[in-house]
Write a protein that binds this ligand. Structure first.
Ligand code: CP
Length: 313
């Protein structure tokens, strides 16, 4: 369980053995979360800053919890209450924060590549918590972890990624991670939300939901990003739901012991029916719990790779 890298910027650049190290380490930390005292000491003395330039509930809170569970000192930054509002640049913001002697930065930013940009002038370990439409690597890892712990494997499973592939950084991280570990991946959505490069990423691409779902083990449903649908890519939400919404009726095409996933937040009744989201086959809240363990693993392994004095309890 070692990773030799300072930053986690995307799953595209990871080797399969590195992804497995994150998953194996998360398994140990997942067990810590079930203890009465959910705290271990490997990051004691390190300082982690959470920089969130876009809204977040799950990712921000689970990073904060992961840092606290690992005994790191943490501070969080959101644009609404910062000097970004007065026009301060990303570079100046980060250089000022770094002047306060910090060790790791977790960043979510609306621009693809912002975490890479930080690595050019910061000495801190950088963790990408979602950059534009590029990647959301810790969401990809927690999705992989959730599937892997349920089925005890990833290779050979058929996973369908449903929805807005054009805007979804979660889809991209899922594709890189799942294909590297041998899963068979299909992406399904309206043609206007399926970028041409998808096929080059080693996945099957479908616009017919029934064909996509045939024989699938896992359906990971992406959020329709209502805030990004400004250029008429969808005729209407009602039409999207009719053609691509995941309903009980459509689940008949899946394999027995199928799994429903969603990274959240859910548009209930649009991309996912209420009764499916809350069904026994849904692992949506388990994904959230696993997210804390996976983020503990990421912070721990990056810090260890940098020679910080850390030890996994
Ligand atoms: N899945 C996810 O990234 O959710 P948040 O936007 O709430 O962090």
């Amino acid at each position: 369980m070692t990773v030799k890298r300072k930053h986690l910027l995307g799953l595209e650049e990871l080797e399969p053995h590195e992804i497995m190290s994150f998953l194996e380490s998360a398994k140990v930390f997942r067990e810590v979360l079930d203890r009465p005292i959910k705290k271990v000491a490997p990051l004691r003395g390190l300082t982690v800053v959470n920089l969130f330039f876009e809204p977040s509930t799950r990712t921000r809170l689970s990073f904060e919890l992961a840092e606290k569970r690992l005994s790191a000192d943490t501070v969080s930054f959101t644009t609404a209450t910062s000097s970004v509002k007065k026009g301060e640049t990303l570079k100046d913001t980060v250089r000022n924060i770094e002047a306060m002697k910090i060790d790791m930065i977790v960043i979510r930013h609306q621009s693809a590549g912002a975490p890479y940009f930080l690595t050019r002038f910061s000495d801190a370990c950088i963790v990408n918590a979602g950059d534009g439409q590029h990647e959301h690597p810790t969401q990809g890892l927690l999705d992989l972890y959730t599937i892997w712990t349920k089925y005890k494997k990833l290779a050979g499973l058929r996973v369908v990624l449903m929805g807005d592939a054009k805007h979804s950084r979660v889809i991209r991280s899922n594709i890189w991670g799942l294909t590297k570990l041998g899963a068979s991946v299909a992406v399904c959505g309206p043609p206007t939300l399926l970028p041409v490069e998808m096929e080059k990423m080693g996945v099957e691409v479908y616009t017919d939901i029934d064909k996509a779902l045939d024989g699938a083990d896992v359906v990971n449903v992406m959020r329709i990003q209502l805030e990004r649908q400004t250029s008429g890519l969808l005729p209407s939400l009602r039409e999207y739901t009719t053609l691509f919404g995941i309903t009980r009726e459509r689940l008949k095409r899946l394999n027995k012991n199928y799994t429903i996933m969603h990274p959240g937040p859910i548009n209930r009744g649009i991309e996912l029916a209420d009764d499916v989201a809350d069904s026994d086959n849904s692992v949506i809240l388990e994904q959230v719990t696993n997210g804390v363990a996976v983020r503990m693993a990421v912070l721990y392994l990056l810090a260890a790779s940098e020679g910080k004095n850390v030890k996994q309890d």
